[in-house]
Design a protein around this ligand. Structure first.
Ligand code: PMV
Length: 348
């Protein structure tokens, strides 16, 4: 590497929405507010190396290396991202970049790496900007980093901090914004400390409908307006649930949100289904287990067939036994990932 090459590294996690973002307008502006748990173990580590170009051209100069291998196939997506952010970080055309990235979870697992990957890259780019503007406040840094991450991956704007993030303007959430995610500003009951999320890998195949297409199908959707209102209402409802540690209220709200997300897919035009038979088997088993034991374990889903199993830390031993004995057989190759709620990205 030339002496003039500098580098910066971040690791940034994935996140799982409790109240779902589904439907957008403009450039990744959400049609409704969302709230998520930041994850801990599922994360991307990115090193951005950069050196001044001797002759800046119109095209960006960048190279993507995934797990030590050059991946030209990923570069068009980053070129497109750079095109979106150049208005806000104009220096990017003056540098040649190497983006070295790796994920803690297997790429073929069906876990999206876009939220963790784009938030890690956004933070690295913001670190370059901070070097040029040393007076930048921490508040500005965080807001703009989340804003930049949003332009790459909508839900990625909720990965920067933890344990809970809100994205989308909401009258009850101070400081909330449509253009960046913020740390949830209110009290969270200790039952939610180190809340557990086990991701059951039901299907690692390519999704038949991408989330971009799914979001767009919320335009002209018969139930869109009432869905967006419902998400706003649910965000008001989750505030006392989080404050009081109301686990029954939490279970009901979170499962309803997951099923509503998929109900929107079932009722889109054209309609589509991302759940698999094993997704439903798992849901059934979780309900049976909850009925029989009273343990407040619940599920949520993202835009795919995998199931996130959420439960309090104090029930970890029992629920993990249940997962190994009764749920793992519904996973592809018996694969699942134990994760828990974390505190967001860190500079390495
Ligand atoms: O950020 P996107 O465009 O991949 O959309 C994410 C949508 C959901 O995961 C289904 C919900 C959410 O809020 O994360």
């Amino acid at each position: 590497q030339a002496l003039t090459t500098k580098s910066v590294s971040y690791e940034s996690p994935s996140n799982i929405a409790l109240i779902k973002y589904w439907g957008k307008h403009g450039i990744q502006i959400p049609k409704n507010p969302s709230i998520s748990f930041t994850l801990n173990n599922c994360k991307t580590t990115t090193t951005l190396s950069y050196e001044k170009r001797s002759e800046p051209g119109d095209a960006y100069e960048l190279k993507v290396i995934l797990d030590g291998k050059h991946k030209p196939g990923f570069e068009p997506k980053i070129h497109q991202f750079f095109g979106r952010i150049e208005a806000y970080l104009p220096f990017i055309k003056d540098y040649a970049f190497t983006i070295e990235t790796s994920n803690s979870f297997p790429h073929s697992s069906g876990i999206a790496s876009s939220a963790s990957g784009l938030s890690a890259l956004a933070l690295c780019l913001m670190e370059m900007e901070r070097e040029m503007q040393p007076d930048m406040t921490l508040k500005h840094f965080k807001q703009k980093a989340s804003f930049i991450a949003r332009l790459g991956s909508g839900s990625g704007c909720r990965s920067l901090e933890g344990p809970i993030m809100v994205w989308g303007e909401h009258a009850d959430v101070d400081g909330s914004s449509d253009v960046y995610g913020v740390q949830y500003p209110y009290q969270i009951h200790s039952v939610f400390d180190h809340y557990q999320d086990t991701i059951l890998l039901v299907d690692k195949g390519e999704k038949p409908v991408s989330s971009t297409v799914g979001h767009n199908l919320m335009h002209n959707h018969a139930y869109a307006a009432s869905r967006f209102d419902q998400a706003v209402e649910n965000l008001s409802r989750i505030i006392p649930i989080l404050q009081e540690g109301d686990l029954d209220g939490f279970v009901t709200l979170v499962e309803s949100e997951a099923l509503t997300l998929h109900a929107m897919m079932l009722t889109s035009n054209p309609y589509f289904i991302l759940m698999k038979p094993n997704t439903l088997h798992i849901i059934d088993k979780i309900w049976e287990y909850r009925r029989e034991t009273g343990v407040p374990v619940c599920f949520t889903l993202d835009a795919g067939a995998n199931v996130h199993v959420l439960y309090p830390e104090k029930d970890k031993e029992a629920v993990q036994e249940f997962i190994k004995n009764d749920l793992s057989k519904y996973c592809q190759d018996n694969r699942y990932i134990f994760d828990n709620v974390g505190n967001g990205a860190i500079k390495l």
